[in-house]
Design a protein around this ligand. Structure first.
Ligand SMILES: [Zn+2]
Length: 445
């Protein structure tokens, strides 16, 4: 436990003191940002950064963060109580501290859900799931994917599909897929467009790509992936569909070139289709027996998904709230150490948790402007995701043709040509509500 504490302290104090003390430069960055905002005629840096977003104003973003804060902290209390009880059963005379959280939550997870990835993987073959996501694109978007080999590729691992419209036969674009890890390739998974859709001068179709870092299997054996990786596969494919469905005149407004708090919405939304019975039935099949993944196993995966959401949401929200408060503070000289401490105390930060990114190493907001006053975006996108998926559920199911049509028309195809708030209203008939997110994360039930 001493070692856990030491490692934890080193980790959360990155950039805190000594030769790598980032506080002076943070104060300077904040002062310069405030000055720039004033020169540009905005109240604060946050007001400037949020002008062209879905949230629109810092106040609306703050309202969302604060609405989720209380239930998330309430869930933390329950999680801590569970861990405390487990520690006691094991004969440990301790009270849960921040350096205990991950250790004991993993024990609770194992005890409660008994979920072993080795049990799940045999049902998740990369090739079958890739077929599965194409099938979903066919059902929702009317897209057909045909493998082609007469186009240039940059590595033999890369496969290419021509995407056409099922009804008209129209050429929609090309989909590149570069699935495997190799030396020199960036880590993680991402989508990019080699060419954006546009018709500024003439009709130009898009070329999109999904990239990931799966480990190749031995010859003759399928590549088996985890449930999280399968979700990510569908996530990145959601970005790809956002590019493929684009229907605009100007390339700078095409596909995924949308507001920061909107861009993860189409991709997060598509993750939901992995869990649909239609996909599991056909594509999540055991690589040896061909049997579909058992319902009981899927249920355990889904129940485990809301596990530890108190911790995950609270550590995230603390970072998002501090980000917004720092950039709403205006041109006062900020002592970043005192600011973080006082604001967390005022929020009622649970003592068992720290911010996901403490300010002295909060790269998102200090590494560049891009996510400054913007860390809230992840939650905002997830509110839309949860609320939008419920539109399908309310209409009778995830493949409802009318909801899918509206989704493409108002969300996937306009790029940045329509105010995203207006797009959402056109799709849903109202603004997004936060309740669906609360249900998704298992709060307030
Ligand atoms: Zn994404």
């Amino acid at each position: 436990r001493d070692l856990r504490e030491r490692a934890w302290r080193l980790f959360v104090d990155r950039g805190e003191r000594g030769a790598t003390d980032n506080h002076p430069v943070m104060s300077e960055i904040l002062a310069l940002r405030a000055e720039r905002a004033t020169l540009l005629g905005y109240e604060t840096h946050a007001h400037w950064r949020l002008e062209n977003t879905l949230a629109g104003t810092p106040q609306r973003a703050m309202e969302l963060l604060e609405a989720v804060w209380t239930p998330a902290v309430g869930r933390v209390r329950e999680e801590v109580a569970d861990m405390q009880a487990l520690a006691q059963r094991e004969g440990e005379q301790i009270s849960i501290e921040p350096w205990d959280y991950r250790y004991y939550s993993e024990k609770v997870r194992t005890e409660r859900y008994d979920l072993d990835q080795a049990e799940v993987r045999p049902y998740l073959q990369l090739a079958r799931l890739t077929e599965g996501m194409f099938w979903v694109a066919g059902e929702l978007f009317g897209f057909d994917f045909q493998p082609i080999s007469d186009v240039p590729i940059f590595h033999p691992d890369v496969s290419v599909w021509e995407v056409t419209d099922r009804n008209s036969g129209r050429h929609v674009g090309l989909f590149y897929f570069d699935p495997y890890a190799r030396a020199g390739k960036r880590s993680g998974a991402w989508m990019n467009a080699y060419r954006s859709q546009e018709r500024f001068d003439r009709e130009i179709t898009t070329i999109v790509s999904n990239n990931s870092n799966f480990v190749k299997s031995r010859p003759g054996e399928p590549v088996l992936i985890s449930w999280d990786d399968a979700s990510t596969l569908f996530h990145e494919f959601g970005h790809a569909l956002h590019g493929l469905a684009s229907n605009v005149n100007y390339p700078s407004l095409a596909g995924t070139a949308v507001a920061r708090d909107f861009v993860e919405f189409p991709s997060q939304l598509l993750e939901h289709w992995l869990e649909t019975p239609e996909v599991l039935e056909r594509f999540a099949v055991h690589y040896r027996t061909g049997e579909r993944i058992p319902d009981e196993l899927v249920e355990r995966i889904q129940r485990a998904a809301t596990f530890n959401q108190g911790f995950a949401t609270t550590e995230y929200l603390a970072s998002a709230l501090i980000d917004m408060r720092l950039h709403l503070a205006g041109d006062q000289q900020i002592d970043t150490r005192a600011f973080e401490r006082d604001n967390l105390a005022e929020l009622g930060m649970p003592s068992e948790i720290v911010m996901r990114h403490r300010s002295p190493h909060f790269q998102h907001i200090f590494g560049s402007d891009s996510y400054s006053a913007g860390y809230y975006s992840y939650l905002w996108s997830d509110v839309l995701t949860a609320d939008a998926f419920e539109a399908f559920v309310e209409a009778g199911g995830p493949y409802d043709a009318e909801v899918a049509r509206k989704l493409i028309q108002h969300i996937f195809s306009p790029g940045n040509t329509v105010d995203p708030a207006e797009s959402y209203r056109l799709f849903r008939g109202r603004d997004a509500r936060v309740e669906a997110l609360m249900r998704k994360r298992g709060f307030g039930s």
